[in-house]
Design a protein around this ligand. Structure first.
Ligand code: PMT
Length: 400
């Protein structure tokens, strides 16, 4: 799995209650092999002392921009150059706002501007603040500036509220930091991903569909693009922007998705079938709106073709990864599906739980391949996607 051996991580800690978790985060980063140095804002020092983080990191903690003593040691430019990664955890709403407009009014924001290293931000704030439009715009701006985000997690907050805004767990943040350095994993590969639901028309205004939001498939597309792959998404109707550097082909029905996937998979090294394809479609699509009439009526349905099985039976074929949405005996059923559909790997997804699977921000899965399996603990869909990419990269044969 991903590691941080020989990596210099500059950890920026800003002033929120989650600052106490930075002590554990330092340990997690070190366990993955990182050398850690810490910058604390004034606010952060109200929550945890520099001495604690100095003792844990084994390095002096940096707090001041305009301090001639500090600048004689490792000044802000040296710190910015030393970092292989600037990780800011927790990042408060205020810090995010200052980063979004490029302020350089303390050591942390100055180093954030001065570094060429990737910047990974772990937001932490009250859920109402997280939902606020100004904050959301600032977060979007950070992403458009090329910064990566991990979290926030959803749950009970220190203030008693429940919702998104908690800082992500230190182990998850450390794993995301490590995953950023796996970026060459799919370099030169062409990846095709199906995502979202399909809509099967009944008449001009009605259709049969499901609750897939596309979030998992889009997270996979982003993770594949970040890993260097030329990535194409065949997407059912969803409410999401295509990730940067990802080509999107929009479809509605399973038959349209089949056509696009079969055609595009001929030029792909890897196919990941994450879409929730409708298993059945109406036998006939009425050209006029169906009128209300009898008390009871029935609908004749026909089976849709199986897209992933069709792609996996082509010759030559891409390395083919399916998803299995199950509500019980998840891994056992997934393994059966992998064999029946002729797949190289399958991602077993327990969709019986409300907070993971369909239309949620997080997921927890077990990735299964013929002679192995690996469980990924509950985390954001992007984190799960990054780990799935690593597992795929570990399984693809040189000729795939
Ligand atoms: O979109 P989100 O809200 O983020 O939710 C993500 C998800 C829950 C939809 C996703 O993680 C997931 O589990 N996707 C697969 C859903 C599904 O249809 O599972 P299945 O067990 O019915 O199908 C097994 C596999 O066959 C899947 O790879 C599916 O894409 C594929 N399939 C199914 C039917 C069909 N006609 N053609 C197919 O290719």
């Amino acid at each position: 799995m991903a590691h941080l051996i020989n990596r210099n991580v500059l950890l920026g800690v800003s002033g929120g209650i989650a600052a106490y978790k930075s002590a554990e985060l330092i340990r997690q980063l070190q366990e993955l092999g990182a050398e850690v140095r810490v910058i604390m804002t004034r606010g952060a020092q109200q929550f945890i002392t520099p001495l604690t983080l100095q003792a844990l990191s084994g390095n002096p903690v940096h707090t001041e921009l305009l301090d001639s003593e500090a600048e004689l040691g490792m000044g802000h430019i040296e710190l910015a150059r030393w970092a292989d990664l600037l990780l800011i955890a927790p990042a408060t709403a205020d810090l995010i706002a200052r980063l979004a407009i490029g302020r350089a009014d303390d050591l942390l924001t100055t180093v954030a501007l001065a570094t060429a290293a990737p910047r990974l931000i772990a937001p932490a704030m009250n859920q109402q603040m997280w939902h606020d439009k100004a904050c959301a715009a600032n977060v979007e701006r950070l992403e458009s500036l090329g910064m990566s985000l991990v979290g926030p997690a959803v749950g009970e907050q220190a203030c008693g509220d429940v919702g998104p805004g908690r800082m992500e767990q230190p182990a998850v943040i450390a794993a995301s930091a490590a995953a950023l350095f796996q970026s060459g994993l799919l370099q030169g590969k062409r990846v095709l991903i199906s995502a979202g639901p399909t809509q099967e028309a009944l008449d001009p205004v009605r259709y049969i569909s499901n609750h897939s939001s596309g979030k998992m498939g889009y997270a996979l597309a982003r993770a594949c693009a970040d890993a260097g792959a030329r990535t194409t998404l065949v997407s059912g109707p969803v409410n999401l922007e295509a990730p940067a550097k990802v080509k999107r082909v929009e479809v509605q029905s399973a038959l349209q998705m089949l056509d696009q996937c079969v055609e595009l998979s001929a030029e792909s090294d890897i196919f990941i079938a994450c879409a929730a394809v409708a298993d059945y479609r109406p036998a006939e699509v009425q050209t006029q709106k169906i009128k209300k009439g009898a008390e009871f009526t029935s609908l004749e349905l026909v089976r849709n073709p199986d897209i992933v099985a069709t792609v996996s039976s082509t010759n030559p074929r891409p390395f083919t990864v399916g998803f299995a949405a199950e509500t019980n005996d998840v891994v056992q059923y997934a393994r059966g599906k992998m064999q029946r559909k002729g797949l190289d790997m399958i991602v077993a997804n327990d969709v019986s739980k409300q907070d993971i699977g369909f239309n949620s921000d997080e997921n927890a899965v077990t990735v299964v391949w013929p002679d192995g399996e690996h469980s990924l603990a509950q985390s954001s869909k992007l984190n799960i996607a990054r780990q799935v990419v690593e597992l795929i990269a570990g399984q693809i044969k040189p000729e795939s």
